[in-house]
Structures are given as structure tokens and as C-alpha cells.
Design a protein around this ligand. Structure first.
Ligand SMILES: [Zn+2]
Length: 55
């Protein structure tokens, strides 16, 4: 189970800080209209963006 979680992390773009992730989320929302939420990854300890369909 843990391995499949860590594999899911590989597909994500890592951000060093919440601010970076939030900036990228704003750009994506502006360009694509996609709502993304920054969250801190418990696997790599960096930040990723989650769509509203993910948790
Ligand atoms: Zn991660």
C-alpha cells in the first residue's frame, strides 16, 4: 500500500514551498481554469498541487 502511494508522488511536480505551489496553482487556474490546491506531501516532504478530485 505504501509503495503505491509513493509511486503516485512521482507523477507530481514538487515545489520547495507553499508559496511556490500557490503561485503555480494561480497560474494554472488563470491559464486553464483548473482549481488546484497546494498540499505538503508526506512522502517527499515537498509541496504538490492537488486537483479538487484528489485528496
Ligand atoms: Zn511528494
Amino acid at each position: 500500500m505504501d509503495e503505491s502511494v509513493s509511486f503516485a508522488c512521482i507523477d507530481k511536480i514538487p515545489f520547495d514551498s507553499q508559496k511556490e505551489a500557490a503561485t503555480a496553482a494561480s497560474v494554472a487556474q488563470y491559464q486553464h481554469g483548473s482549481k488546484l490546491k497546494p498540499y505538503k506531501c508526506r512522502i517527499c516532504k515537498l509541496w504538490h498541487l492537488a486537483s479538487r478530485y484528489e485528496d
